[in-house]
Design a protein around this ligand. Structure first.
Ligand code: CU
Length: 161
């Protein structure tokens, strides 16, 4: 038992001494708070703009794609997405009303912002503004889409890692 404790201590000492040369330059720089903020952002996660791809709505009425205009998507940066809505047989839906919800189910919180569709870009495309992720992890984006008297919902799940 005792000798294993010694081995463990030696291993810890090695790990700590190995880390010190890496940590030292960071601590020595000016604007330390800013450096820390940036390193938090970098480790907070990112993903490619087209990660979500195309998905059918729950009842199969629409096919929806969502692509970020910020590529890669990183945390703590407010940005816009382009949504595309078409019918199940591929015709663009140009009169859709789209309600936006989302957040992190595992953390039980929503978006830090209130993203919403602000512009109909025509040909089934819509501008979704105010998207922002404030941490890495699994997020969901739910779009409730109405066109005429038809309504359906799609939920995208994705991870900033
Ligand atoms: Cu969270």
């Amino acid at each position: 038992m005792r000798s294993w404790g010694v081995v463990w201590l030696l291993a810890m000492a090695l790990v700590l001494s190995a880390c010190n040369p890496i940590a030292a330059p960071e601590g020595g720089g000016e604007g330390m708070a800013m450096d820390d903020g940036m390193s938090v952002d970098m480790s907070g996660g990112s993903m490619a703009a087209d990660t979500l791809g195309t998905q059918d709505t729950e009842n199969g009425l629409f096919r929806v794609s969502a692509v970020s205009q910020l590529d890669p998507v990183v945390i703590n940066e407010t940005h816009a997405w382009t949504l595309h809505v078409e019918t199940a047989d591929g015709s663009p839906v140009s009169d859709a009303e789209i309600a936006v919800e989302g957040g992190m189910p595992e953390h039980d919180h929503g978006f830090p912002t209130a993203p919403r569709v602000t512009e109909n870009l025509g040909e089934g495309k819509y501008l979704l503004e105010g998207m922002r992720f404030n941490m890495g992890g699994v997020w969901v984006l739910t779009l409730e889409i109405s066109s005429g008297d038809q309504s359906d919902t799609v939920t995208f799940e994705f991870e900033l890692k």
